[in-house]
Design a protein around this ligand. Structure first.
Ligand code: FE2
Ligand code: FE2
Length: 129
């Protein structure tokens, strides 16, 4: 939680989506993956992430947050990694690779990003909005 409702709400939605996707992946690793369900939930999560990053970028730009370019660059880099994972999944359906990305790479990134960039941004926005 970054104590700024507009951002916390989006983060809660994102975590709910990733938990759902994560349980589809875990079940798939134990038995036969439901590839259609994973594809659909992955799509939903990618679209949500895009909207999430766009909304933060817009608020930072509108309110003149000085380190906006740095925060936006972190979003762009992660979004490109997410998009290539999605492409990997669509082309190869390599579940272990998707699992590694979601459970390790993305999880660590999200945790660190919320604690740093998003927390500093929220502190700024809550003073100017
Ligand atoms: Fe965020
Ligand atoms: Fe962010």
């Amino acid at each position: 939680m970054v104590n700024f409702e507009a951002m916390d709400e989006v983060h809660r939605e994102e975590v709910a989506l990733i938990n759902h996707l994560g349980s589809l992946i875990t079940t798939g690793l134990d038995s036969t993956p439901d590839t259609n369900a994973i594809t659909a939930k992955l799509y939903e999560w990618v679209e949500h992430t895009r909207a999430h990053f766009d909304s933060e970028n817009r608020m930072m730009e509108t309110h003149g947050f000085p380190p906006y370019p740095v925060h936006r660059a972190e979003h762009e880099l992660m979004l490109s990694k997410i998009e290539s994972q999605q492409q990997q999944w669509l082309n190869e359906k390599e579940l272990n690779q998707l699992a590694e990305f979601i459970f390790v790479v993305w999880r660590e990134w999200f945790d660190a990003h919320v604690k740093s960039m998003d927390t500093v941004t929220a502190r700024f926005l809550s003073q100017v909005m």
